[in-house]
Design a protein around this ligand. Sequence first.
Ligand code: AR6
Length: 173
Amino acid sequence: MTDDRINLIEADITTLAVDAIVNAANPSLLGGGGVDGAIHRTAGPELLAACRTIGGCPTGEARITKGYRLPARFVIHTVGPIWHGGTRGEPELLAACYRNCFILAHTHHLNTLAFPAISTGVYGYPKDQAAVIAIQETRVALEKNQALRKVLMVCFNQETRLAYEAALGSSTS
Ligand code: AR6
């Protein structure tokens, strides 16, 4: 059973005291709007300095930094695809984001993670389709990594919560 380790919560991700929160970043890793802006504002300038040393991140990949002034110990920065209608590899790239975040969590022995709905804000990915991919990849990761205790799916609005509820209900784990 994996779904008992997936929680949908309504929260500002920057307030969560988990091992790592995930940032929906852009390829520069130098900050932006949305959840990225909120994370950088709360984490403080040390986060930006750490991101500068990384030198960017291609779409679909992920990088890890400390959380600095955040209650979370680490930030996993991933770059989701921009939605262009779904024919430019968006589903595969979004799935790769989740997979690469879970790989970093595993290698850093992180047991509690919180995800925003990657790509569904500024990048325009349809929330329902993104939720299906997020839940699918999370179930696979939870099955493989029994040490992963809790994955929080942060719903910043009602539409996102409904999308996750539908994705969780649409198939068995
Ligand atoms: N806590 C949790 N979720 C949030 C928060 C928050 N504080 N703020 C927004 N969200 P977005 P993207 C939700 O636009 O689509 C940035 O400028 C939001 O409602 O943050 O991947 C980057 O630098 C939505 O459900 O990320 C990139 O340029 C989800 O987080 C670009 O935006 C993702 O929305 C990335 O776009």
